[in-house]
Ligand binder design. Structure first.
Ligand code: ADP
Ligand code: ZN
Length: 227
């Protein structure tokens, strides 16, 4: 059996980190840890962390590092990460977060194996983000009015729940999120490339299942070549 893996998915908002991470975690049987999902849940549940995070999320800005690190540290403390490994979706997003990661992983006996860098052109990102509609009731319902419309407008195909647009998927906020990505997160591409951990994957067009297969193959061959 392979030892538990630790992987990071990097890429601009709208690149499909969540979508591909779901496919890859299903394959490896490890938890997907999405800081964005954790913050949205915290907002929904009205926790103190949620209240802190919401101010930043609504503007498309990054939640402060110390808040993010607290949330990630808490999640890594659950036994499933130590036992099955972890795929990080949307973390790290700043150099300070990246610098903190080795110690966080080390504390549960993991080390970072690979960073998958999802690449998508600017115009496609805008279309994906403005078209995105999520289900209020289930985690599978993730649609796009342009590329992946639900069978009935406004209704989730999987559970019949109501679809909604994320507050931060409005055009003005999207532009800010992309600017924040370029300024604060894109330096991580060179950071991880320099450490020999980065694999680029172009996912601007093509079938999700086919691309997910290509990502899995790339991960498998990278891990194998390092023994
Ligand atoms: P996307 O990648 O589509 O922008 P996410 O769901 O990953 O969306 O994140 C939504 C928001 O949550 C971000 O815009 C940011 O405000 C906050 N957030 C998520 N992860 C982090 C992180 N690692 N550091 C700082 N803020 C974060
Ligand atoms: Zn649903």
């Amino acid at each position: 059996m392979t030892p538990p893996l630790a992987m990071v998915f990097l890429g601009p908002p709208g690149a499909g980190k969540g979508t591909y991470c779901k496919e890859i975690t299903a394959h490896y049987g490890c938890p997907q840890v999405s800081t964005g999902d954790m913050f949205r849940l915290a907002v929904k549940e009205g926790t103190a962390i949620g209240a802190k995070a919401k101010v930043y999320m609504d503007q498309g800005a990054l939640v402060p590092d110390e808040v993010v690190l607290e949330v990630v540290r808490g999640r890594l403390g659950h036994a499933d990460c130590r036992e099955h490994g972890i795929i990080l979706d949307g973390f790290p997003r700043t150099l300070a977060q990246a610098d903190a990661l080795p110690e966080l992983l080390g504390s549960i006996g993991l080390s970072l194996d690979l960073v998958v860098n999802l690449q998508v052109g600017h115009d496609i990102l805008i279309r994906r983000l403005t078209g995105r509609r999520m289900c209020r009731s289930c985690s599978r319902g993730n649609f796009n009015i342009y590329s992946l419309p639900p069978k009935r407008e406004g209704i989730c195909d999987y559970c019949g729940g109501e679809l909604y647009q994320r507050d931060d998927d409005r055009l003005d906020v999207i532009e800010n999120r992309l600017a924040v990505y370029h300024k604060q997160t894109s330096p991580l591409v060179d950071y991880y490339r320099g450490r020999g951990l980065l694999r680029d994957m172009e996912v601007g067009s093509g079938d999700i299942q086919v691309l997910a297969g290509a990502i899995l193959a790339e991960i498998a061959s990278s891990l194998k070549s390092r023994g």
